[in-house]
Write a protein that binds this ligand. Structure first.
Ligand code: NAI
Length: 321
């Protein structure tokens, strides 16, 4: 496999059409790739649908959910698609309906919820239709890369690594590429070249350690800020101003960023470092902040649920009330 193979990656599939999956699909479409964007119908939708006599198997439910995924991308401001017409390069659908189509793509990007069990069973399903040679990557924030594909065939594991995009994928320059001991070094090189040459990113090849490099540091910073805010009785606006422009960082520095990331996702990321650590001090540092747990329990997940630390997010600039 040589570096000039990046041009042969023309078709991609992104599994998971949430905050990151939708953004990654748009970024790949912007780079000229045809993209299949797949998801499952959210459980929360089902009771409502069932009241109307529809089930998960109903084409209306599946199609409406798929259209919603494209709708999110086209409507989002600033638009993640350079040209609204690029949306035509993206086909959104239900994973079960399009499973066999995964054997027709060159690159499969997994961006489902940050849970090892969910990702593991997804990769088992993906392998059942995997065409040898197809690249498979996960966008995990920091789960063990090797554990995600434990039990998969050697050939599959040789073609598997993490490509960790940051939020929002169109604007954030960094991609962490994280191979395992089984990843073919040519695959790692190809993924790095793809991200750099085709997607315009800066790549750091990281080791398979909990939360890799950026999130290990970033999550710690966010937890410390949250602790200090509570200690000194600051508002989230004050904290964002102090940790943002005052330090030469964007005004989305801490709490706006957390709302963008998703508070449920942050909890998963925090859990991952703590559960993997045998150092009591580190386990304490990465304890779940009760405030974060309360917000998540109340359904305040951030921008994706209409509010998190900021009560309500209006319009493109994320103005709050
Ligand atoms: P999200 O909660 O916005 O979206 C997850 C999507 O996965 C949902 O649409 C859900 O329906 C779908 N899903 C769940 N199980 C599925 C399955 N078995 N098959 C197909 N689809 C399934 O989550 P988000 O934030 O997009 O995160 C996705 C991944 O990206 C996670 O691993 C997360 O840690 C990582 N990540 C998140 C970042 C962020 O800022 N939110 C930044 C970088 C990485």
């Amino acid at each position: 496999m040589s570096m000039n193979r990046t041009g042969t990656v023309r078709r991609a599939a992104v599994i998971g059409s949430g905050v990151m999956g939708a953004g990654i699909a748009a970024h790949l479409a912007n780079a000229g790739m045809r993209v299949l964007l797949l998801d499952v119908v959210p459980q929360t939708l089902l009771p409502e649908e069932e009241k109307r006599g529809l089930t998960l198997a109903s084409p209306q439910v599946r199609s409406r959910h798929s259209q919603a995924a494209i709708g999110r991308m086209v409507k989002a401001q600033p638009a993640p698609l350079y040209e609204p017409s690029f949306a035509a390069r993206i086909t959104a659908g239900n994973l079960e309906d399009h499973l066999t189509a995964l054997s027709e793509v060159d690159w499969i990007v997994e961006a489902v919820v940050e849970r090892l069990d969910v990702k593991r069973s997804l990769f088992e399903k993906v392998e059942s239709v995997w065409k040898p040679g197809t690249l498979v990557t996960s966008n995990t924030s920091g789960l063990s890369v090797a554990e995600m594909v434990e039990g998969r065939s050697e050939a599959f594991r040789q073609h598997f690594a993490v490509t960790h995009f940051f939020n929002p994928p169109r604007y954030m320059k960094l991609v962490e590429v994280v191979p395992t001991a089984d990843t073919d070094p040519a695959v790692t090189a190809l993924l790095a070249a793809l991200c750099e040459e085709r997607l315009g990113k800066g790549v750091v090849v990281a080791k398979d350690t909990p939360n890799f490099i950026a999130n290990r540091i970033g999550t710690y910073g966010m937890l410390v800020t949250l602790e200090e805010v509570l200690r000194y009785g600051l508002t989230v606006e004050e904290a964002d101003a102090l940790t943002g422009p005052a330090m030469g960082r964007p005004k989305t520095a801490t709490f706006r960023m957390l709302d963008l990331v998703g508070l449920d996702t942050l909890l998963h990321v925090v859990d991952n470092v703590r559960d993997k650590s045998s150092d009591p001090a580190e386990r304490e540092t990465f304890a779940r902040p009760p405030l974060l747990e309360q917000l998540v329990a109340a359904g305040r997940l951030g921008e994706k649920s209409g509010g998190g630390f900021y009560r309500k997010i209006k319009g493109p600039k994320g103005s709050s009330e």
